[in-house]
Design a protein. Structure first.
Length: 277
């Protein structure tokens, strides 16, 4: 991506950055990174996690490429002199203890299990960085997109499976499952022995295919295992019995603002499925 394109991507997410709050924030989690870049002003972001630069797995890779990042070491973070550090419950204990000794404020977030919990995280992060209005506007956009998707769901549920690289499947009790139910799908992960998150054997999928397989396309240079599963010729042979649609990998990794992309992907897949019938 060119420098001009990177600048355009950043400008689209950081309106009004010239009037930045002086609070300096570091995020150590890719999903918290996504929230932060959508609600904070650019000058507030001292660093993101290095994971957010991965174009295959991150929805903000283009923006992240224009911002500082860390590998989550205490030394890197302390050198940035942050006022606030956003972490997940899985963040390194040694790093958290080092920050606590220096009285650097740390906000720890768990993994949201529902859409409402995810929206609450947006609101909390936005409030902490002094961007309550932006947080409220973002939450309103997500609610509006979901409501529009529900209104457009006028047919029976489509039996579908989110099937990603290596056979990873999102089952019941996940945010993906909730979004699927809202937008017109029946998540059939349990048919393949997956309760919440798990691996669905390709053999079971081939023996009893869903109506629709939602999967991402392996990126160039992706691990051979991912290419072997998603590009398996046997999947092409059952094409008459199973439709396929694109479900971007970032949608499987995070909720929060990514719910806008997730909702759009599901609605596009739903409408394409019925238009082909």
């Amino acid at each position: 991506m060119t420098r001009r394109a990177l600048a355009s991507a950043a400008a689209a997410i950081f309106p009004g950055a010239a009037h930045a709050n002086t609070l300096r924030v570091v995020s150590l989690n890719p999903c918290l990174d996504v929230i932060l870049v959508h609600v904070a002003e650019r000058a507030q972001i001292a660093a993101l996690s290095h994971y957010s630069r991965d174009a295959q797995s991150s929805s903000i890779a283009a923006v992240a490429a224009t911002l500082p990042f860390t590998y989550e070491s205490a030394e890197e973070i302390i050198a940035l002199r942050p006022d606030l550090v956003l972490v997940s419950g899985q963040a390194g204990l040694a790093t958290r203890r080092a920050l606590a000794r220096l009285s650097i404020e740390v906000a720890t977030y768990g993994l949201p299990n529902t859409i409402e919990e995810s929206l609450a995280q947006i609101t909390d992060v936005a409030t902490r960085v002094g961007a309550s209005a932006r947080g409220a506007a973002l939450v309103a956009r997500i609610r509006s997109a979901l409501a529009e998707a529900v209104r457009g769901n006028v047919r029976r549920p489509i039996q579908a499976l989110v099937f990603q690289a290596g056979g990873l499947v999102a089952g019941r009790g996940t945010i993906i499952d909730e979004a699927m139910n809202l937008t017109g799908f029946e998540n059939v992960a349990e048919r393949y022995g997956v309760q919440q998150w798990g691996i669905a054997p390709l053999e079971l999928l081939l023996a009893d295919p869903p109506e629709l397989l939602l999967s991402s396309r392996p990126a160039p240079g992706a691990p051979s295992g991912a290419e072997r599963v998603l590009g398996h010729p046997a999947l092409a042979r059952i094409a008459p019995h199973m439709a396929r649609a694109d479900f971007p990998q970032p949608c499987l990794n995070c909720a929060g603002p990514v719910l806008l992309q997730t909702t759009q992907a599901l609605v596009t897949a739903r409408d394409a499925f019925w238009s082909s019938r």
